[in-house]
Write a protein that binds this ligand. Structure first.
Ligand SMILES: C[C@H](O)CC(=O)C(=O)O
Ligand code: MN
Length: 337
């Protein structure tokens, strides 16, 4: 039976879905149950990772260290992980997290910018951490580019490299093309992180595993940004039926979903219009609000703005283009009237 390692992101990506407002005590309850259910690793903290609690990204309910402390105390077998986006989080933040029991760091960069994570991967390895390179918005780059960037992470000493479908924009064939190329060329394990914006998170995760991924992300109730991540309970059942070993107890994660996480959620985790628009457009998640405002101001459809932003291969940080696109769309509409 082939083993698949599960990394649960309920307490990190899931923080986006609750405006980063879980308390350390709530996290400790969820973490203890994930540990008891046999989940291999869990990622904890602000939705944008270390240093994310800020005016720009929204403040967490509690100081970051309190989350790691609370969760580390209840874990017996499960590994504690954090996400670090270079520029948002720093090596000092990582030192703080290490002091509170963090054993794995995922260094997250845009899919074409793995080089910005070099010092963080090297620092993590020099300090005995497991280091994972996490290539966000992987749908934006063709498979050969993803492989080039994955090789960079491997050359810095990463133990694992992830293909990350941040916008939930990939189809199973897109996932398979990227994962099979990377897994075939690298000797380190390859992981996959899905979002459900096109309703494909479980299917894409299966496609990733079939293509060679051996570590995959999931979250309880699917809690995560946009339409959420791959739902842990569903994935556990599906992988069991498909003959994979995850070490996760299905009834325990089902009970955790029903008895605990559902009660912490601010709203049901569905593929709503916003999430679908992001997945369909393949645009950066945080463009949504800006696009809606620009759409209102210039009398155009926010979905058309997002689609154009997707076509132009825009990346996070190019929010200023949203107004330009809205103005152009308004001009086109006026000239066709
Ligand atoms: C900061 C993002 O939430 C990281 C992530 O989970 C993704 O890109 O997807
Ligand atoms: Mn994510």
């Amino acid at each position: 039976m082939k083993s698949i390692r599960i990394l649960d992101s309920t307490l990190r990506d899931g923080m986006h879905a609750v405006s980063h407002q879980l308390t350390p005590a709530q996290m400790a309850i969820v973490a203890a149950k994930l540990d008891e259910a046999g989940v291999d690793s869990i990622e904890v903290g602000h939705g944008d990772g270390l240093g994310g609690s800020s005016c720009q990204y929204g403040f967490s309910r509690a100081p970051e260290a309190e989350y790691y402390q609370a969760v580390a105390q209840v874990l017996t077998k499960t590994r504690l992980a954090v996400l670090l986006i270079p520029g948002i989080g720093t090596v000092e933040d990582l030192e703080m997290a290490m002091a509170h029991g963090v054993k794995t760091v995922r260094v997250a960069t845009h899919v074409t910018e793995a080089d910005t994570g070099e010092q963080h991967i090297k620092f993590a390895k020099a300090h005995g951490l497991e280091a994972i390179g996490f290539l966000m918005m992987s749908h934006k780059a063709p498979p050969a580019k993803v492989l080039e960037q994955a090789k960079l992470f491997a050359s810095y000493g990463a133990d694992i490299v992830y293909v990350t479908d941040s916008a939930g924009a990939m189809l199973p064939a897109d996932v398979a093309a990227r994962i099979s190329l990377v897994a075939g060329a690298l000797s380190i394990p390859v992981g996959f992180h899905a979002h459900n914006n096109l309703g494909l998170a479980v299917g894409n995760t299966l496609a990733a595993i079939a293509a060679g991924a051996t570590i995959v992300d999931a979250s309880v109730c699917g809690l995560g940004a946009g339409a959420g991540n791959t739902q842990l309970e569903v994935l556990t059942a599906v992988l069991d039926k498909a003959g994979y070993h995850t070490g996760v107890d299905l009834y325990k994660v089902m009970d955790l979903a029903k008895d605990v996480v559902e009660k912490l959620m601010h709203r049901p985790q569905t593929v709503n219009t916003d999430a679908l628009a992001i997945g369909y457009a393949g645009a950066y998640g945080s463009f949504l609000l800006h696009s809606r405002r620009a759409a209102e101001r210039f009398g155009v459809d926010s979905r058309d703005i997002l689609l154009e932003l997707g076509r132009r291969q825009t990346v996070g940080g190019q929010e200023d283009l949203i107004i330009d696109v809205a103005i152009e769309l308004a001009k086109q509409r006026n000239s066709s009237l």
